[in-house]
Ligand binder design. Structure first.
Ligand code: NAG
Ligand code: NAG
Length: 266
């Protein structure tokens, strides 16, 4: 009675093992059959003109953007990795790329030309949940994609206010774009959207420089006045001393005595 039960149990285990290895096999086979970057999963490209591949590299512990992606990649998911910066021409070989997800990384820097070649086609760019404080104008300036910039430690200043409008922001992501720091400081903690509408960060900056200019000019003015006063006083002293010297001269003494007597007569 025990033997059939034992067999049954082990056959189930055996079956599971076989299933597992077959799943592994197909997975490995799939990987080797499509030229896909390490740690990424590439879907088959749909046939027909304009068709493109979806490449998923999510949670792949990538430290940088992979270089060996299929050139017909249309959607690229690089979310949940450890990418810290996007170098120039990072997506150069992907002329069909329309959707790019770089969210949940450690991106603090987008170098000039990071998205070069994507200006025409890229429709969706997700940079949310990264470490961006500022945006490089040369990196994003010519993109026309919808962007999610939420959950980054934004430093809101004149420059950011200038660069952001060149992107079309994902409406649903706007509330999540908050200034962690700002110039002027009082705007730290404010959603960027509110600032962008109500405050001209560039004008504020200009006003503070104006005040600084005014203070400096006033300082200079005060110094010039002080010097003039000092100069006039010293000249008065000199003049008095000179007069006394003239009075002490004998020829003049008489004359002055005469003038003194005349003045007393008068
Ligand atoms: C991808 O590369 C192959 C081979 O070099 C080329 O024939 C094909 O046109 C390229 N596809 C795209 C979309 O550039
Ligand atoms: C933008 O990114 C945040 C954080 O990753 C996410 O929660 C949100 O759904 C995204 N919004 C859109 C519209 O993609």
């Amino acid at each position: 009675m025990l033997l059939p039960v034992w067999l049954l149990r082990h056959s189930v285990a055996l079956c599971l093992l076989l299933l597992h290895s077959s799943v592994l096999n197909t997975f490995c086979f799939h990987h080797s059959s499509t030229s896909c970057s390490k740690g990424c999963y590439c879907s088959e490209a749909p046939g027909g003109a304009g068709g493109g591949r979806t490449v998923r590299c999510s949670h792949a512990r990538l430290g940088e953007v992979p270089r060996d992606l299929p050139n017909d990649t249309q959607r690229l998911y690089l979310d949940f990795n450890h990418i810290a910066s996007v170098p120039a021409n990072a997506f150069e070989g992907l002329p069909l790329l329309a959707e790019l997800d770089l969210s949940h990384n450690a991106i603090a820097k987008l170098e000039s030309g990071a998205f070069r070649g994507l200006e025409e086609r890229l429709q969706r760019l997700d940079l949310s949940t990264n470490r961006l404080m500022s945006l490089n104008r040369e990196a994003v300036g010519s993109l026309r994609s919808r962007a999610n910039l939420s959950h980054n430690p934004w430093h809101c200043d004149c420059e950011l206010q200038h660069v952001v409008p060149s992107l079309e922001l994902e409406p649903a992501s706007l509330a999540g774009m908050v200034c962690e720091t700002a110039v002027p400081e009082e705007h730290a903690g404010t959603p960027f959207l509110l600032l962008a509408h109500d405050v001209d960060l560039c004008n504020v900056a200009r006003r503070t420089t104006d005040v600084a200019m005014l203070v400096t000019m006033f300082g200079w003015f005060a110094m010039v006045i002080a010097y003039l006063v000092h100069y006039v006083r010293q000249n008065q002293d000199d003049a008095r001393r000179h007069m006394e010297y003239l009075k002490s001269l004998p020829g003049l003494q008489r004359k002055s005595e005469e003038s003194f007597s005349i003045s007393t007569v008068v």
